[in-house]
Ligand binder design. Structure first.
Ligand code: FES
Length: 114
């Protein structure tokens, strides 16, 4: 149910602020998107990340993960410290450092430019 300013109230804790707030700028995910996922049964950071791609943009979740943790804490009624952070995975396979040599500036190829 929305009030005259567009604020929505839910039966999931004390989330009553405007749900059009953007949580993830990179993937254009709003608080309403997260709330819909939460109400559909996606309750962990990793579940929501997989469902919505939240945190998978160019910033790698640096901006949106703290916001998601805060929102999940409010929705679940638990402290943020009790919300498990996302699982961080290394690259699919090791990459040799020499692969990046063509990207170095000219002085970097000559032993560090000193
Ligand atoms: S703001 Fe979510 S991945 Fe960048």
């Amino acid at each position: 149910m929305a009030d005259t300013r567009g604020n929505k109230s839910t039966n999931c804790g004390a989330v009553t602020e405007q749900l059009t707030v953007t949580i993830c700028r990179c993937e254009e995910i709003t608080e309403a998107d997260v709330l819909a996922a939460y109400q559909a049964g996606y309750h962990t950071v990793d579940e929501i990340k997989r469902k919505l791609r939240l945190g998978m943009g160019p910033c790698g979740g640096r901006t949106c993960m703290p916001l998601l943790l805060s929102l999940l804490a409010r929705l679940s009624g638990r402290p943020i410290a009790d919300i498990a952070p996302p699982v961080v995975r290394p690259p699919l396979k090791p990459m040799p450092l020499g692969m990046f040599e063509p990207l170095l500036p000219a002085e970097g190829k000559e032993g560090g430019g000193q």
